[in-house]
Design a binder for this molecule. Structure first.
Ligand SMILES: [Zn+2]
Length: 381
């Protein structure tokens, strides 16, 4: 009982609303309801305390790739994002050879078993060549349910999500297969029509992979996937709020239409996140990062981001001027819910992991706690 910590004086964002000068009590790695009278108190007056961020779509950081890095490099990438507030990270792979991806799934599943990552997201190879973005065209394939199954099995229960172009042959059967296995079918890198997208949602798809990016634009006669994904209550839409992938007006449109409970901020980060400009690789493709923007050397496609979720939060609060409670849902609660992790993470409630982020009054990150331990310790107010 000696390890109680009382975080006092901050504006605390709870699922029920904002509490001014609230208290968060932590013990044994979890949030608890009460503390003994002599428990040490940390004064966080003037700061915000919000739930730790949950990144459901992230390819790496700190110079390391989740697709091709060594185990130590993957851990370094996860730690880089942790320093920026992401206390839960799903490791995303990019398109690769099927045997390579199956092998990689086995390696990443060990990290998931140890609790270092919250599972695996396969982005590709089952995507559209018309909307391939920074994926190798010669390795793309149709979403044959047997092949999708191969990757899910290789991940040994830790496949969380597969992004696929559901309009391709085998697409709808693959969506059904994923739904049956409790894996999120995410619609993305797609050239689908509005009607094809509706059919995929009816088949069980529940996530829009980086809405707007790598899919047909919204048209008034051909509304395409964007309208279908925004309209349907069953779908959570991912947004990359880095100022490069989306115009602020597009972000606002999505937020207003989907409402605060169906938006998930993601980073879609690649190796350079939290690291710096330079030349990197995304799977087999060469990427140049200049001024924080990652583009393929060949063709110039945007190739993931260098975003971290603390920056996405700050942009949302200061540039997009979204309400803090809505931002908290987008970076924590909503991704936790869609991933099936909300019983453990995603909000500041007794019984959950003591994962939290401390922000100053200008929404700059000043503290990170994971499972009750400070990773970044805030200076007392
Ligand atoms: Zn991605």
């Amino acid at each position: 009982m000696a390890d109680h910590k009382v975080l006092a004086g901050a504006r605390v964002v709870l699922p029920t609303g904002i509490v001014d000068s609230g208290r968060v009590i932590v013990a044994g790695g979890r949030i608890v309801g009460h503390a003994p009278a002599d428990a040490p108190s940390v004064d966080l007056t003037g700061h915000w305390v919000v739930p730790g961020f949950v990144d459901m779509h992230n390819h790496g950081g700190g110079g390391a790739s989740f697709t091709s890095g060594t185990v130590d490099e993957v851990l370094k990438g996860v730690h880089t994002h942790l320093l920026h507030g992401a206390t839960t990270v799903v490791a995303s792979t990019v398109t690769g050879d099927m045997d390579f991806l199956a092998h990689r799934a086995g390696e990443l599943s060990e990290l998931a078993e140890q609790g270092d990552i919250a599972g695996i997201h396969f982005e590709g190879p089952f995507i559209s060549p018309c909307r391939k973005g920074a994926h190798s065209e010669d390795l793309l394939r149709y979403p044959d349910p047997a092949e999708v199954r191969k990757l899910v099995d290789a991940a040994r229960g830790h496949a969380r999500m597969v992004t696929l172009a559901t309009e391709l042959p085998g697409g709808l059967d693959s969506v059904r297969l994923l739904a049956e296995h409790g894996v999120i079918a995410a619609i993305g890198h797609t050239d689908a029509t509005y009607e094809q997208t509706v059919a995929a949602i009816d088949a069980g798809a529940t996530v829009a992979t980086h809405l707007f990016n790598a899919m047909p634009a919204l048209g008034h006669r051909a509304p395409g996937p964007i309208a279908a994904l925004l309209q349907d209550e069953r779908v959570t839409v991912e947004l990359i709020n880095d100022g490069t992938h989306l115009h602020p007006a597009a972000l606002e449109l999505a937020f207003r239409h989907a409402g605060p409970d169906r938006v998930a901020f993601i980073t879609d980060a690649m190796d350079a996140a939290g690291f710096g400009d330079g030349v990197y690789h995304l799977g087999p493709l060469e990427v140049e990062v200049r001024d924080g923007v990652a583009r393929l050397v060949e063709g110039g496609s945007i190739a993931g981001s260098t975003l971290t979720l603390d920056t996405a939060f700050k942009r949302a609060a200061t540039i997009d001027r979204l309400p803090v409670e809505s931002i908290v849902r987008a970076v924590s609660a909503n991704p936790a819910k869609v991933l099936g992790l909300y019983d453990r993470v995603g909000s500041l409630e007794p019984g959950k992991d003591a994962d939290l982020v401390v922000l100053d009054a200008e929404f700059t990150l000043v503290g990170v706690m994971r499972k009750g331990e400070w990773v970044v310790e805030p200076r007392p107010a």
